[in-house]
Design a protein around this ligand. Structure first.
Ligand SMILES: C[S@@+](CC[C@H](N)C(=O)[O-])C[C@H]1O[C@@H](n2cnc3c(N)ncnc32)[C@H](O)[C@@H]1O
Length: 251
């Protein structure tokens, strides 16, 4: 499942031209998947800084880095809106599912720009709710859980249409788009799916936003019920419409 979760961004990063020795900033790094991916690509002579507002997520990220003995990556608690001036500049600024949670996308991109080197690149992957409308009637539980996730993000103030807006947001920030792609991420019975895991992680947020009650979601049995539905339906599930962009600072 890790491969399925990270494969799109890995390809995006390689195609965007990440190389050894580069300095990379991971925006809203969460538990550090992308920072670790980037640190493997820039090597010991490169540097990766991941930042996030959540101490809990950073604690997991820091533990993983120690376990993997990665010396070129470090994690810092920070908010996009108030980044430390001494960060320096980066060859690549990366992020996944982070702009979708910002109230003002343009402002967030604007606050990252001072940290992007000349000819530096912003490489982002964001999700868009459009995939939820493509799903089959053969997968009612999957469709329901997918919709609960998007309803929660929308109620929290997230931008559930960010995928299609990335192009104009980056252009409006004065960047030159060098790569733009969107891909449906399909999950099957054989591949497994992170849908149940994500729903479990988001359960308290779903309940707080009144999109579902705990008994109806029943997270303890959800993973099994989803798996059974994939097995019985013999149908792939469109888990996500992943949007990827690489935008360059030509100034
Ligand atoms: C969906 S998670 C994605 C985590 C990571 N990028 C990944 O793909 O695995 C979104 C992350 O953004 C962080 N976040 C949200 N708003 C933020 C902000 N204003 N500044 C820094 N981090 C933020 C959250 O704490 C959370 O860890």
């Amino acid at each position: 499942m890790d491969n399925l979760r990270n494969e799109f961004f890995h390809r995006l990063l390689i195609d965007s031209g990440i190389r050894k020795d580069m300095r990379v900033l991971d925006v809203g790094c969460g538990t550090g998947d992308l920072s670790i991916m980037a640190s493997e690509l820039v090597g010991d002579t490169g540097e990766v800084i991941g930042f996030d507002i959540s101490q809990d997520a950073l604690a997991v990220a820091k533990k993983t880095v120690v376990e993997k003995c990665l010396s070129s990556v470090k994690f810092i608690q920070a908010d996009i809106a108030e980044l430390p001036h001494n960060f320096g500049v980066f060859d690549i600024i990366i992020g996944r599912r982070i702009l979708m949670y910002q109230i003002n996308t343009a402002q967030s991109i604007g606050s990252l720009l001072p940290f992007l080197s000349r000819n530096g690149k912003m490489v982002f992957q964001e999700s868009d709710c459009m995939a939820a409308s493509f799903n089959s009637t053969m997968l009612p539980l999957h469709t329901k859980v997918q919709n609960l996730i998007w309803d929660t993000v929308a109620k929290e103030g997230g931008n559930i249409y960010i995928g299609m807006q990335l192009y104009s947001e980056m252009k409006n920030a004065g960047l030159k788009i060098s790569l733009l792609r969107a891909e449906a991420i399909l999950h099957t019975y054989e591949s497994g799916s992170d849908l149940g895991w994500v729903a479990k992680m988001m359960a308290s947020r779903m309940i707080k936003q009144n999109v579902v009650i705990a008994e109806e979601l029943d997270v303890e049995t959800l993973e099994y019920r989803l798996q059974e539905e994939r097995k019985k339906s013999n149908t792939p599930f469109i888990r996500d419409m992943a949007f990827g962009i690489c935008a360059e600072n030509r100034k």
